[in-house]
Design a protein. Structure first.
Length: 229
């Protein structure tokens, strides 16, 4: 492994850690009935954290911070498959450590499982996760891989998509869109009910979104997203 690859993995680790720490931390704070954030507040935190990480590490690692996004990029662009295992491992590790940190810091009445369990039927949540991750990846492909899009606004577009998805899909599927985000808390709290939904759904949706954008982009220019924005 060369130094560039190592730095990309470190960037992915930090980006995923701060995303999960902020987003899941907002969920923990929302449990406090004296100072509730509400679903909209939690969604804003997730979207803002995603946006900030795109601008912070996008030029280093691509700011995937999501195994489904990494796999989708590799399946449809020039992102090398050999880099996928390293990215996925550090993303899951970072999510797990962020969840562990939150459980240590927020104790007592704030100690609340911040993972994802389907609110209703598993199949309902699965379909929703496929659709919203498809939507997210479709946007990511547009602003990251297509030079005709305004890359300076990539973070805003991606963060806004996460926010919108979280607001309307949260009550239906918890709006994970990210296997690492769900796996980390599941490992820390030892709760795995419905976890397969949040691994399969986002992965299928992201691959579909990536291939869909490649189909409609109408250009023969090569794709290169290894360094992101």
């Amino acid at each position: 492994m060369n130094i560039e690859s190592l730095l990309q993995l470190i960037a992915e680790f930090l980006g995923t850690y701060f995303l999960v720490f902020a987003g899941c931390g907002a969920i923990m704070v929302d449990i406090d009935k004296n100072n509730p954030m509400g679903g909209t507040g939690v969604a804003i935190v997730w979207g803002a954290a995603r946006m900030v990480m795109v601008y912070t590490i996008g030029h280093i690692s691509g700011a995937h911070i999501n195994p489904a996004v990494t796999i989708a990029f590799a399946s449809s662009t020039s992102f090398p498959w050999k880099e996928v295992p390293g990215y996925v491992i550090v993303q899951i590790l970072a999510s797990t450590l962020a969840s562990g940190t939150l459980r240590l810091v927020f104790n007592g009445r704030h100690d609340h499982f911040v993972g994802n369990i389907p609110p209703g039927y598993d199949i309902q949540s699965l379909v929703m996760e496929i659709i919203i991750t498809f939507y997210l990846m479709f946007v990511i492909m547009a602003v990251i891989t297509d030079d005709r899009a305004t890359r300076q606004l990539a973070g805003v577009a991606i963060g806004s998509t996460v926010l919108l998805n979280a607001m309307f899909a949260g009550p239906i599927s918890k709006a994970s869109m990210n296997p690492a985000r769900s796996i980390g808390p599941a490992l820390v709290w030892n709760k795995y009910t419905g976890l397969w939904v949040y691994i399969l759904g986002p992965t299928v949706g992201a691959i579909g979104g990536a291939w869909a954008y490649n189909t409609v982009r109408l250009t023969d220019k090569p794709l290169n997203i290894t360094k992101g924005t």
